[in-house]
Design a protein around this ligand. Structure first.
Ligand SMILES: [Zn+2]
Length: 249
């Protein structure tokens, strides 16, 4: 083998391995579908007025106490963690990074912002986010998205990785897309209805129209809804054929 062919082969191998690392599994984006969905979410959002709390009430969220909210979170988290266990135990697979990811406590936050978050120690969800979820399927998707960030190693990035990611919004957005995709599989594996879960993102756009087209780190609610609907179709296809519910085609 000539050195020229060898170096060409080496470059090709590096490019392929880089592709495999950055995008191990993710369906192609659907820009046309996202445009249509953005119009639908904008039309929906025009029905709601006032503060976020007002909008959530107009959307028809149940009045619940914090104790009731916590009581909803606990069984959903337990089912999710049990279903994700095979990924937690398998270190260095293309899906999970292992390392006790499934022992993260889930913390209920007394916050009125629509937020859920994962770091290297815990997963948190705010009161408003719990209220946005119209079903346990939707709540499972929120928690599973955060668990997916942990399993994919996003929460173990070093400080410099995170600083660099802030300058490169595509890194953060790609992380979000991967966490959405794996999260939906985790929710489905735990027995939740994947298609119903995706409605969360339409509700999110309806009460927070400022993020229908995304922000500097998050893809828009329209894009996320459309991508998750595709993933739900993929999951449904695999389920019908008795195929394992593992991300990827
Ligand atoms: Zn995320």
């Amino acid at each position: 083998v000539s050195p020229r062919k060898l170096s060409l082969g080496l470059v090709l191998a590096l490019v392929l391995s880089a592709c495999a690392q950055t995008a191990p599994f993710l369906p192609m984006p659907d820009a046309g579908g996202a445009m249509k969905e953005a119009a639908a979410q904008n039309a929906l959002s025009s029905k709601y007025r006032g503060s976020l709390g007002d909008r959530l009430r107009q959307l028809g969220t149940d009045e619940a106490s914090d104790a009731e909210r916590r009581a909803r979170i606990e069984p959903v988290a337990a089912r999710l963690f049990a279903a994700a266990a095979p990924f937690c135990r398998a270190p260095a697979t293309k899906i999970g990074t292992g390392g006790g990811a499934c022992t993260h406590p889930i913390v209920f936050e007394n916050g009125d912002g629509l937020n859920a978050h994962a770091n290297s120690r815990r997963i948190s969800i705010t009161r408003a986010m719990v209220d946005l979820t119209a079903s346990d399927d939707q709540l499972a998707l929120v928690l599973a998205h955060e668990l997916a960030h942990v399993l994919l190693g996003h929460t173990r990035r070093g400080m410099w990785d995170r600083v660099a990611a802030n300058f490169d919004e595509s890194v953060e957005k790609t992380d979000e897309r991967h966490a959405d995709y794996l999260g939906l599989y985790l929710a489905a594996r735990a027995g939740y209805d994947a298609r119903e879960a995706t409605n969360l993102w339409r509700r999110m756009g309806a009460v927070l129209p400022s993020i229908i087209h995304g922000d500097h780190v998050h893809p828009g609610t329209a894009e996320r809804f459309v991508a998750l609907r595709r993933a739900a179709d993929e999951i449904e296809y695999k389920r019908r054929r008795g195929l394992p519910l593992v991300p990827g085609r």
